[in-house]
Design a protein around this ligand. Structure first.
Ligand SMILES: Nc1nc2c(ncn2[C@@H]2O[C@H](COP(=O)(O)OP(=O)(O)O)[C@@H](O)[C@H]2O)c(=O)[nH]1
Ligand SMILES: [Mg+2]
Length: 394
């Protein structure tokens, strides 16, 4: 009896030792720890890599809000960004998630980027549905939009993502370290070389915002966004409206006054690519605009996207010449691509996209409207300058 018990104890000990040994032999983080130093700062996890000293870099980072299950798509996007641009610069790359990043995600991603990979878990208060949102009303509105066939009509997380990208991503302490960010989504492509540093271009030209594609928003998702924005900028804070604004880009004259005094033409910068100066969002006026929008609850009741929100904020508050169209990048986000039409540019930049499939010349693209509005604005400025020269007798 005693020897059987001893045998049982021995077997238990052997099994436990094997299990523990196995765990010790394959620690989850072994690869990441073996190849790079890991520093934990608040909620952010840095994977350090040495950066070549001779490269002139800006105070900037690539930035992706992404889910663990989008690992393949993120790796694919990284591959394009690194090959076409970042391999020569090794900019940091900040990854944010409302969930903890998996070890697999961190290991694969930090190995794929050429600079530092920084993984940041978003604190709950920036992601959760605010307590003052009426859930029953939200359910009803989601049903209504679903009946209308609106994309992501019933997706609450999509609304949380849009609200986060409108009013919170730049408030995460990790972003305090930077002046500019370049947003990158999973499964995007750059089908042409980017043989210059867009961040440097932003700084030297004093640009606030850069985009690669602009298009029309689904009106059903933003029924009250324009009227709310007009209330804010025309009634509450006319002092926030820039004298040389780009409202020409987002409005057109129409007898249809559904949206108020002017008509929103639904054009917006497609924010899945954007490069911007974070100071734009850090101002009291942007904050006050976001708060005004947020308190309507329509990020949840309607399905306001961060793209029209960024666009309207820029159009009212920033001078037109601070917004830049990054053309000729061969940027692709399903289902659209902006492919160079000029064969010389196409060859020089080693593009792989198909010019005939380019979305930018199509009627539902707003890129050409941007260029036309930009030209009109410049002509007006030139005329004003001429007039003041005559008045001043110079
Ligand atoms: N962490 C996290 N990221 C999200 C979530 N929903 C969307 N995203 C990210 O937000 C961005 C926009 O989402 P996406 O599904 O591409 O929207 P679409 O481009 O409008 O179709 C992408 O970078 C996604 O990875 C979410 O619930 N959690
Ligand atoms: Mg996307």
């Amino acid at each position: 009896m005693r020897s059987r018990r001893a045998l049982l104890v021995l077997i238990t000990l052997l099994v436990s030792a094997t299990i523990l040994g196995a765990f010790r032999l394959v620690p989850i983080d072994s690869f990441a720890l073996r190849t790079r130093t890991k520093i934990v700062v608040e909620d952010a996890v840095y994977f350090n890599k040495d950066k070549p000293q001779e490269v002139q870099r800006e105070n900037a980072t690539l930035f992706s809000l992404v889910r663990n299950e989008e690992l393949d798509g993120m790796l694919s996007s990284i591959n394009y960004v690194e090959t076409r641009f970042n391999k020569d610069y090794n900019y940091d790359w900040v990854f944010m998630n409302d969930q903890p990043f998996s070890e697999q995600f961190k290991t694969n991603i930090s190995s794929a980027v050429s600079g530092r990979a920084i993984f940041y878990r978003i604190p709950e208060q920036y992601w959760e549905i605010p307590s003052w949102i009426d859930k029953a009303k939200m359910e009803k509105s989601m049903d209504f939009l679903a009946n209308e066939g609106v994309l992501y009509a019933r997706k609450v997380s999509y609304r949380q993502m849009c609200r986060f990208n409108s009013g919170f991503f730049y408030k995460m302490p990790i972003m305090d370290n930077y002046q500019y960010y370049w947003r990158v989504e999973p499964y995007i492509r750059f089908e042409c070389d980017i043989p210059f540093d867009p961040f440097q271009m932003m700084r030297t030209n004093d640009y606030v915002y850069g985009f690669a594609m602009a298009l029309l928003e689904d009106k059903k998702t933003i029924r009250k966004l324009w009227s709310t924005s007009l209330e804010f900028f025309e009634t509450e804070h006319p002092e926030y409206v820039s004298k040389s604004n780009s409202l020409k880009f987002v409005t057109h004259d129409s007898d249809d006054n559904t949206f108020g005094s002017r008509f929103y033409n639904l054009c917006h910068y497609w924010t899945n690519f954007e490069i911007a100066n974070l100071d734009f969002y850090r101002t009291a006026k942007y904050e006050s605009y976001f708060r005004y929008l947020d308190k309507t609850g329509d990020f949840f009741y309607e399905r306001w996207g961060d793209a029209p929100v960024h666009t309207l904020a820029l159009s009212f508050m920033e001078p037109f010449d601070r917004i830049h169209y990054f053309a000729n990048t061969g940027y692709f986000h399903n289902p659209n691509v902006d492919c160079p039409q000029d064969p010389d540019i196409y060859d020089k930049l080693h593009c792989t996209c198909r010019p005939a499939q380019s979305f930018s010349p199509l009627p539902w693209s707003c890129s050409h409207r941007f260029l036309l509005a930009d030209e009109a604005e410049k002509a007006e400025v030139a005329k004003d300058n001429q007039r003041s020269t005559v008045v001043n007798g110079e």
